[in-house]
Design a protein around this ligand. Sequence first.
Ligand SMILES: NC(=O)c1ccc[n+]([C@@H]2O[C@H](COP(=O)([O-])OP(=O)(O)OC[C@H]3O[C@@H](n4cnc5c(N)ncnc54)[C@H](OP(=O)(O)O)[C@@H]3O)[C@@H](O)[C@H]2O)c1
Length: 283
Amino acid sequence: MAHTVPDISLNDGNTIPQLGFGVYQIEPKDTAEAVRRALEIGYRHIDTAQMYGNEAEVGEAVRASGLDRGEVFVTSKLNNGFHRPEDARRAFESTLSALKMDYVDLFLIHWPLPTRYDGDFVSTWKTLEEFQRDGRARSIGVSNFQVPHLERLAAEADVVPAVNQIEVHPYLTNEQVRAYGSEHNILTEAWSPIAQGRVLDDPAIVDVAEQVGRTPAQVVLRWHVQRGDIVFPKSTTPKRIEENFRIFDFTLDDTAMERLSGLDRGESGRTGPNPDEFDYIPA
Ligand SMILES: NC(=O)c1ccc[n+]([C@@H]2O[C@H](COP(=O)([O-])OP(=O)(O)OC[C@H]3O[C@@H](n4cnc5c(N)ncnc54)[C@H](OP(=O)(O)O)[C@@H]3O)[C@@H](O)[C@H]2O)c1
């Protein structure tokens, strides 16, 4: 079917729509309208975070849509100041009350913060395991975890993260972390999938877009889904919200896929911080 978004199976038996809608850097006052628009177009997966300050407006838009709660996959993430178990428990309750939901589909540790909390993200992860056991987080995962962080969870914790949400786009293909994920049944979610717009005027991407008669953003999002990753582009522009949804009625051939993958710039391609160093704790 032309615009059907595939559901992908997670390692815990749940499923996740491969395409969602991200709400990072959408002002709270604009969030409900953007999410309303996305749900109207057909998105059924919203990616928010405590750090984004717009969970309440996401919940408001989901309720206002008239869709059943079970029809929309909602992700949120633990903010960096709340890694200690007691704080994480309180913060998770505040996520549910802001969303006005009794569960989230997916809850993530937003950043590993290996230089904070004496390097202990394992007790934070074990606290997320509690949320999954009591049913208030249907699935749990991590974000911005590097391979050594994932190896440490594998050695010291019981539950394998369902996903690892990391920066991935043609300028940072992040192959090593993705490969660890695929070897250990951890799905990769690609954040900033169009590098916040920076890859869209790349000559190779523009050329492929002309060949297939699509926009550069559609080509880049299609490249992600053909690699098997989950994406949730952000936009507050109605036309782009719709454009980004129309990526399941064409394919890229191997040559086009390789051209995009060949644009990788390694570390210098990052748009965001390096997770090994990032230590920001919001005031
Ligand atoms: N876990 C993490 O640490 C982390 C970090 C960053 C992001 N994320 C998640 O990933 C989501 C997406 O990443 P992102 O918001 O950083 O960046 P992105 O989705 O790669 O890019 C968003 C930017 O591209 C523009 N844009 C969107 N669609 C476009 C199109 N079709 N043509 C041209 N420009 C377009 C948007 O502008 P307009 O809005 O003006 O249209 C916006 O400026 C976030 O919303 C968030 O959910 C997670």
